[in-house]
Design a protein around this ligand. Structure first.
Ligand SMILES: Nc1ncnc2c1ncn2[C@@H]1O[C@H](COP(=O)(O)OP(=O)(O)OP(=O)(O)O)[C@@H](O)[C@H]1O
Ligand SMILES: [Mg+2]
Length: 299
C-alpha cells in the first residue's frame, strides 16, 4: 500500500472516473502539489482528456507493462501540465491486464504496487484511473492504493457497479492483499443541480447498497453538462482550462468586427470548473485529514 495513492474506480462505464481523475489531478498540480496521474485503462482516455495522444512520448502503456514484468522503473511523461506527470495507457495495458488475469496470485498482483512504489515517492499525490471493470487489473490497482474514490451516476446500473467494486474492495482487504485500503468517498456525477430529490435519493441508495461499509458521499456533485464536457475533451483541456479559454475568448461582436470566426464555448463552463474546484477542496481536506490521523496512529 502506498500512502499517497488514490484510485478512482466504479465498476460501471461512463460514470466520470476519467474526468474526475484528470480534473482532480490538474487542480492538485495547479495548487502546487507535485502530482502523478496513472492511466490503467486500455481505452487510454486520460490522454484524450489531457490532449496528449499525439505526444511523441505516448507509449501505449508499454513502460508500465515493462516495469511490472521486469521490475525496472517506468518512464513518466513529465510535465503534461506544470507539476503534473502522466503514466499513459493503451494497447499494451491489455497485456498488463492479461498478465494479471493469467496469474492472479498475490505475489503477482503486488508487482503493480512495486512498480508504482518506485514512482510514488517523488510525488505529493498519485491518482490512478481504472477501466470500467472489476477484473484483476483493478484488483492489482486497489492493492497498490491507500484510498479509493468511487463514482456513480446514481442510477440502478451505476449502483450495481458500486456494489461490484465494493466486492473487489472487500476481497483486497480480507485476502490481506491490502488491509489498509479505505474508501475516501463517493462522487455523484452527472446530476442537474435542480434535482435535489434525485441527489438525495442517490445518497440514500448508495448508503443502502454499501450497507455495512461507512462511506462518505461528497457534498459536491459534478453537474450534468454533456455538451460542454464533449467540447472540453475534444480540446484536450481540463474544466478550469476550458473556463479560462472561454473567459478570454473575444465576444462574438468583436470577432465579427475583426472578421475572425467566433469561438463557441458551453455556457456552463464556469459552473463545471467550479464543481471540480469544490470537489478538489473536499477531497484534499479529507485526504489530508486521514493522512494526519494515520500518521498520529503510527507514531
Ligand atoms: N459533467 C458531465 N456531464 C455529462 N457528461 C459528461 C460530463 N463530463 C464528462 N461527460 C461525458 O461522460 C462520458 C463518460 O465520462 P468519463 O470518460 O469521465 O467516464 P468514465 O467512467 O471514465 O468512462 P469509462 O468507464 O468509459 O472509462 C464521456 O463521454 C464524457 O464526455
Ligand atoms: Mg474512463
Amino acid at each position: 500500500m502506498l500512502r499517497n495513492v488514490i484510485c478512482v474506480a466504479a465498476g460501471k462505464g461512463g460514470v466520470g472516473k476519467t474526468s474526475i481523475a484528470a480534473n482532480l489531478a490538474g487542480l492538485a498540480a495547479l495548487s502546487g502539489w507535485k502530482t502523478l496521474l496513472v492511466d490503467l485503462d486500455p481505452q487510454g482516455n486520460l490522454c484524450d482528456e489531457l490532449g496528449t495522444l499525439d505526444d511523441e512520448r505516448y507509449d501505449d502503456g508499454n513502460s508500465l507493462l515493462t516495469s511490472v514484468l521486469t521490475g525496472a522503473a517506468a518512464t513518466v511523461m513529465a510535465d503534461v501540465r506544470p507539476g503534473l506527470d502522466l503514466v499513459p495507457a493503451g494497447e499494451r495495458t491489455k497485456d498488463l491486464r492479461g498478465h494479471f488475469t493469467l496469474n492472479p496470485v498475490a505475489g503477482n498482483l503486488l508487482r503493480l504496487r512495486y512498480a508504482l512504489g518506485q514512482l510514488a515517492g517523488g510525488y505529493d499525490l498519485v491518482i490512478c484511473d481504472t477501466p470500467p471493470a472489476t477484473d484483476q487489473l483493478v484488483k492489482a490497482t486497489l492493492a497498490a492504493s491507500r484510498f479509493l474514490l468511487l463514482a456513480t451516476r446514481g442510477d440502478g446500473g451505476s449502483t450495481r457497479g458500486l456494489r461490484h467494486t465494493a466486492t473487489v474492495y472487500e476481497e483486497v482487504v480480507v485476502e490481506g492483499l491490502n488491509p489498509e485500503l479505505e474508501v475516501l468517498g463517493i462522487v455523484r456525477f452527472g446530476f442537474a443541480p435542480a434535482h435535489t430529490a434525485r441527489l438525495r435519493n442517490a445518497r440514500a441508495r448508495i448508503e443502502g447498497v454499501l450497507g455495512g461499509i461507512p462511506i462518505p458521499v461528497f457534498d459536491t456533485f459534478i453537474r450534468d453538462a454533456p455538451r460542454t464536457a464533449d467540447d472540453v475533451r475534444d480540446r484536450g483541456q481540463l474544466a478550469f482550462e476550458y473556463a479560462e479559454a472561454a473567459a478570454q475568448a473575444p465576444a462574438f461582436y468583436q470577432a465579427l468586427r475583426d472578421g475572425t470566426p467566433a469561438a463557441q464555448f458551453g455556457s456552463n463552463a464556469d459552473q463545471l470548473a467550479l464543481d471540480y474546484l469544490n470537489l478538489w477542496t473536499e477531497v484534499r481536506d479529507r485526504y489530508l485529514h486521514r493522512r494526519a490521523e494515520l500518521d498520529r496512529e503510527a507514531s
